[in-house]
Design a binder for this molecule. Structure first.
Ligand code: DGT
Ligand code: CA
Ligand code: CA
Ligand code: ZN
Length: 585
């Protein structure tokens, strides 16, 4: 078992022990051990083989045995037994924000609550507010948290939906009856969260395709099984629709089921203005619509064959609108005047900023990160480990940071890698808006990313003031994850986005588009206008491991939804241009 998975299990053990009311020392032995293991910057297998695990501060004798067992067998009886001894509903309750193990234990011990449903009922009956350490506000927060959790459960982060969709699409394309297969819907539009998957297939023989779709591996339930349309729920909870259409209808249907609904409504209205009727079945002269005289229904007519959506747009006198833009946010007007943006592409990205190493909470060393960046063909890589205020992430103090800078410069000089490395920091913006390093430290860095990681409960005015103050610091290069949101997990703190954009423009600063699939922050909806006003972004993976550098693609997709072109994205620039901007020789 890999180190990161072992860390997760140790953390889970600590939570389980706390749920059971074990003493604080025992709990801390596991949570502390998890942290110590996480920051270990040597190969775990080597440390175990050389029997040096016990020498690590924070890892005691009991943990040495457990970590070794997990590493070697991937199993731990102690963990399995512990988990079985706690009601699953109590473990689930940990997902509700503001409800830690101590509170869950209290609710359990005093009211016998063992499930989220029972907890919601206890809140509604006003039984929670009265418990010591709870109160009315906490009770309301718990209820809101439960409601959010239900709403969140119905949707999925885009990257997760994409991962589920790929093998299904591949499976469909392998069937000999399938002429074409595509995923449509919000997945194709690259929306940050996806409700369900919408597969579309062109074929004249739907039956065997339906059969494969409804019997493939990983299905929890078949919720509909028709001749040309089926729906399934997968084991992970995701739902998927499949429609099979005659090949002549395919691109009309693809356009229809890609949506959005709002975009479709505008397209249909535009067709009507031209005496045409647009539907999933095709584009027909209006007088042959269903129900008129004895004309055949559109679903039974053969539409004019087209070999791409381009032709459909052309028939409506529009330039081709990429799926990402189909949100009824001005795309028809722009397409009519041939003024659509030339959207940024993954291939335009030449390097990435805001990446972590084992110096703070990253899982790979500097060299491993640079190696991975080189393999992706990046010309440059910006390192930005946490600063000391982020102690939970092992943030660096000035001494450690400046030593890292020297190591980076030395590495660049060896020319060992083709990728140039920029020094930097993800410096914390403190509660008063000041930064976690003094100016004389910041000015020695190539690239300063300023982010908020603590004190997120202030009101909008206070949060906005902190962000604006950071943007006014002359040494800051860019603002990190503006709202701190974690999609489908945690709402961002309140921010007056317009004011923050104004401050970035006034001070000539970049605002990051954090490409971590959980974040995609600042949100794509703000980018179109902001970029028109001259705001520059940097698409940053915020990578904590080598494979996370690939997150940049998610950021590119979000940028495309925000109408961004390569010229709006700092890290599409060449290394000499970026060096010049950052004042690096
Ligand atoms: P989702 O699944 O909630 O993330 O969002 P979508 O956009 O994938 O929506 P979904 O799965 O309900 O339907 C797929 C597409 O089908 C949708 O984007 C547009 C089209 N569509 C569905 N229902 C309607 C409708 O009532 N009117 C129109 N014009 N189009 C619809
Ligand atoms: Ca959908
Ligand atoms: Ca659907
Ligand atoms: Zn951060």
């Amino acid at each position: 078992m890999e180190k990161a998975d072992i860390v997760d299990i140790l953390e889970e053990i600590a939570e389980l022990l706390e749920l059971k009311g074990e003493n604080a020392f025992k709990v801390r032995a596991y949570s502390g051990g998890a942290r110590a293991l996480e920051t270990l910057d040597e190969d775990l297998g080597t440390v175990i083989a050389e029997e040096r695990l016990g020498d690590i501060k924070g890892i005691g004798k009991a943990l040495v045995e457990k970590i070794t067992a997990l590493h070697e067998t991937g199993e731990l009886e102690y963990f399995d037994k512990l988990k079985a001894s706690v009601p699953p509903g109590m473990i689930e309750m940990l997902e509700i924000p503001g409800l830690g193990p101590k509170k869950i234990k209290k609710v359990h011990d005093e009211l016998g609550v063992e499930s989220i449903d029972a907890l919601a009922a206890a809140c509604r009956e006003d039984k929670i507010a009265g418990l010591a350490g709870f109160g009315q506000k906490t009770q309301e927060k718990i209820l809101a948290g439960i409601a959010n959790r239900e709403a969140y459960a119905a949707r999925h982060r885009w990257a997760d939906a994409e991962a589920v969709s790929l093998p299904i699409l591949e499976g469909l394309r392998k069937l000999k009856q399938v002429e074409r297969a595509e995923a449509a819907g919000s997945l194709r539009r690259k929306k940050e969260t996806v409700g369900d998957l919408d597969f579309l297939v062109a074929s004249t023989e739907p039956a065997p395709i339906m059969e494969w779709f409804t019997t493939q591996a990983g299905i929890a339930e078949v919720t509909a099984h028709g001749e040309t349309k089926s729906s399934i729920r997968l084991e992970g909870g995701m739902q998927a629709d499949l429609r099979v259409v005659p090949p002549a209808q395919f691109f009309y249907a693809l356009h229809h089921f890609t949506g959005s609904k709002e975009h479709n409504i505008r397209m249909r209205a535009r067709a009507l203005e031209r005496g045409l009727s647009l539907s999933e079945w095709g584009l027909f002269p209006e007088d042959t619509r269903a129900g008129k005289d004895n004309a055949p229904k559109p679903s039974e007519r053969d539409p004019e064959p087209i070999d791409g959506e381009q032709e459909l747009f052309k028939k409506l006198e529009l330039a081709y609108i990429p799926p990402e833009l189909r949100e009824d946010r001005g795309e028809l007007e722009a397409a009519e005047k041939d003024k659509l943006p030339k959207l940024v592409e993954p291939e335009d990205i030449r390097g990435v900023f805001h990446n972590h190493t084992t110096a703070s909470d990253g899982r790979a060393t500097l060299e491993e990160m640079v190696q991975a960046a080189q393999e992706l063909g990046f010309d440059y890589l910006g390192i930005a480990d946490h600063s000391k205020a982020s102690f939970q992430a092992n943030g660096l103090d000035a001494d450690r940071l400046l030593k890292q800078c020297e190591a980076i410069k030395a590495l660049n000089e060896t020319k060992q890698f083709k990728t140039f490395v920029f020094t930097g920091s993800e410096v914390d913006i403190l509660s008063d808006g000041s930064l976690d390093f003094p100016d004389e430290v910041l000015k020695q860095l190539d690239c300063v990313v300023a982010s908020i990681h603590a004190g997120m409960t202030n009101d909008e005015a206070a949060m906005t003031k902190r962000l604006v103050a950071a943007l006014e610091n002359e040494h800051v290069t860019m603002l990190g994850h503006m709202t701190g949101r974690l999609l489908l997990k945690r709402e961002g703190y309140p921010v007056n986005v317009a004011k923050v954009i104004d401050a970035a423009l006034a001070n000539g600063k970049i605002i990051e588009l954090n490409a971590n699939p959980w974040r995609l922050d600042m949100d794509w909806r703000h980018w179109h206008k902001a970029a028109e006003r001259g705001l520059l972004t940097s698409i940053n993976p915020d990578a904590h491991a080598p494979d996370q550098l690939a997150f940049y693609k998610n950021g590119v997709y979000a940028a495309r939804k925000g109408w961004l072109e390569a010229r709006h994205v700092f890290n599409t620039r060449s290394l000499p241009e970026v060096k010049k901007y950052l004042g690096v020789k």
